[in-house]
Design a binder for this molecule. Sequence first.
Ligand SMILES: *Cc1c(COP(=O)(O)O)cnc(C)c1O
Length: 431
Amino acid sequence: MNLENNLAFAKAQDEADELKDFRNQFLFPKHNEKEFIYLCGNSLGLQPKVAREVLGKQLDNWANYAVEGWFDGDEPWMFYHKELKKLMAPIVGALPEEVCPMNTLTVNLHLLMVSFYQPESRRFKIIMEGGAFPSDQYAIESQVRFHGFDPKEAIIEVFPRDGEDILRTEDIIAKIEENADEIALVLFGGINYYTGQWYDMQAITKAGHDIGAIVGWDLAHAAGNVPVKLHHWDVDFACWCSYKYQNSGPGGISGIFVHQKHFGNAGLNRFAGWWGYQENKRFKMEKGFVAEAGADGWQISCTQVMPMALYHASLQIFEKAGFMVPLREKSIALTSYLEFVIGEVNKDLGFEQYKIITPKNPNARGAQLSIIAKEKGKQIFDGLVENHILGDWREPDVIRLSPIPLYNSFEDIYLTGQALLSVTKEVLNSN
Ligand SMILES: *Cc1c(COP(=O)(O)O)cnc(C)c1O
């Protein structure tokens, strides 16, 4: 399609968009009484308007039933997570029994590594992307040390080639093959938080399995953003947070995935707790842990009803939207339009002030574009905020903008381009 940098074009795209009304289901933050154009859903998704109601309902359940709420009412807490599992499965391409909501993301990363990072004297290394999200770096380093290894020896980080911003799949696979006998675990983020690169998860998973390693993914920036097929790709385990692309609120509940093929493996370590115990015998309170079947067997503590209620409400919005296929189609169109509009800003300025480091290929990225601002990036970013455009800023020079198909419009993108152009001119001419 021929893209055009004008309001009429943007409005026509919005008119034709079957998901356009979903934006009315969300609350937009304001600045001086005026709503932001919110392009930061990669960091914290917007609040669904139903959030208050669903929390209110659980407060009522608590008030009306108290402890009986575990088994009484129209959605007893004891089984509440099962409703979420059904809706989480299509988000990550899993069977419902392979996923479970629990804890928070970094905690789950640790718990899954307890099960799936089982280093031996020769095969003890973990391969990951260089520049991974810090929490993942810290988690992985501390796990390695916990097993008595030195992170310097045990962690292989793959970096882009000199002069390049993103990783080549062939380089990742080559690194896996070079260390074939020593890698115990391949553990990448599905989409890198800084560059927005979506790794070729299927190819990397296969390469890991070909050398006999376990393969896990942190899907913080991928779940609810791009269509992943964890079961079909034969991924061993994965986890994600739900507060970024899945709008479940700050500190929202995390999700885990454990492939069905591991369900019968009694040799997996796990840090156990009563909520992972066989469900129908849990309240017999017997000695000796017996895991519930499936991903549920990794639960430790009792159901976190409030954060789960928020995630549930948000997942129901995904369900109404038809899950990932229609959302992804709109997401590709929105992000391509943003890329185009930024190119138009450069053209207008007469030089490449903005360089997008996120891959151009839509199959190698999700919603987010990471944009290097060559000059005065922070001042320009602050100027955008003044103009009611909220993205986020990453030192030293990157502006990240993420149009979200559930609540951003083509008009948002057009207006962002216009604001970026005027703010840039203002800032660059100001001294
Ligand atoms: C956002 C994010 C986190 C955050 O972890 P929490 O435990 O939820 O605070 C961790 N890892 C990655 C890759 C992230 O993008």
